[in-house]
Design a protein around this ligand. Structure first.
Ligand SMILES: [Zn+2]
Length: 351
């Protein structure tokens, strides 16, 4: 570690705001051989695992920055400043530095977006996935494109938590999707196609019906559930509803329109009735009702098969949680998603 060829520098540099610092981890000379600023995090990852043991074992002292500062700074808005550790630091420093390093890599990458496509006749639905970081077994999803508050809330949650994967249907901008097949135009609700009975019913209620259209819709549903639902330990759906109309937590109380589908319901006086959770899982219900959120536990045996994802999840024994908030309740829906992240953090799945 003492020789020139094995010398490494840790650097902290202002990033976005004076209070937030991003650390770069550089091998001497790399400023010149890799002028692209974006190459540094990948390079850092490459070196980090091999170095962590060496740093912990051999480092002894941090030294202030000296005239060995490289004469140039990498391109971009970042400037090198602060101090460097010349390959030597106490063990806690090494641990903290490596932890910061990985945070820096995540923030540098922000949300990574990938697009999958589902085809229905002449219509293509883009399944746009945004990933902030690895969160095994959890999938956030959104199928009603007109429910825009939910998308904004999901992005805020991903950026803040720096973990999680969110997939959203991007089609014709509406709640519904329509497509042409053999000269006819069909229309369906994407959250009614996850069972055959539901897909049949939603096509019938929105326009013409044919066996071919049903097969096309079901193919998309199966494609979606195989990729984003079936292997998950927790599926978190996001929806928005309308103030004073349609569903609210009150719909699930005794006498309400949804009471027959409901096993348990907790109504909170400290939340808007339009902002509520809906789950298929008793443990999730216990967690959020204890924290005084509005929440419904679906009756998985009695629930009417309308083809919604909660019905599918109930049939398959998948833990499903719908984060439902009124259109425009961005603050509330973001807070609900934060509570979901807290729930996942303490989640210890039962065997
Ligand atoms: Zn919805």
């Amino acid at each position: 570690l003492a020789s020139r060829t094995t010398q490494y520098l840790f650097r902290f540099t202002p990033h976005h705001t004076p209070k937030a610092y991003t650390m770069f981890f550089l091998k001497p000379g790399s400023l010149f051989t890799h002028p692209q600023r974006s190459r540094f995090p990948l390079q850092a990852l490459r070196y980090a695992s091999g170095l962590s043991a060496a740093i912990g074992a051999k480092c002894s002292a941090a030294v202030p920055q000296t005239s060995k500062t490289p004469p140039t700074t990498p391109p971009g808005r970042h400037t090198l400043s602060g101090f460097s550790l010349h390959a030597c630091c106490p063990k806690p420093w090494a641990t903290a530095a490596l932890s910061l390093l990985f945070s820096a890599v995540v923030s540098a990458q922000a949300l990574q977006t990938t697009i999958d496509t589902a085809t229905l006749g002449d219509t293509k639905i883009r399944l746009v996935t945004m990933v902030a970081g690895v969160q095994p077994g959890v999938q956030y999803l959104h199928v009603h494109q007109n429910e825009a508050t939910a998308v904004t809330a999901a992005k805020a949650m991903l950026t803040s938590a720096k973990k999680g994967s969110f997939v959203t249907w991007v089609g014709q901008g509406d709640r519904y999707v329509s497509f042409k097949l053999q000269g006819l135009t069909y229309k369906f609700d994407p959250n009614r196609i996850f069972t055959t009975a539901g897909a049949h019913a939603t096509l019938n209620s929105q326009g013409p019906f044919s066996a071919e259209a049903l097969a096309a819709v079901r193919q998309v549903a199966v494609q979606f559930t195989q990729r984003y639902v079936d292997s998950m330990q927790l599926v978190v759906a996001l929806h928005n509803n309308t103030d004073g109309g349609g569903l609210s937590i009150d719909s699930y109380l005794p006498g309400g329109t949804e009471s027959a589908n409901t096993q348990l319901v907790h109504r909170s006086s400290s939340h808007d009735p339009d902002d509520f959770f809906y789950t298929t899982n008793a443990d999730i219900y216990a967690y959020f009702s204890k924290r005084n959120f509005n929440i419904v536990l679906q009756d998985n045996t009695k629930v009417v098969d309308d083809g919604s994802l909660s019905v599918y999840a109930g049939q398959k024994g998948i833990a499903y949680l719908n984060v439902e908030a009124q259109h425009g309740h961005l603050k509330q829906q973001t807070a609900m998603l934060k509570a979901v992240q807290q729930y996942i953090r303490q989640w210890n799945p039962r065997p």
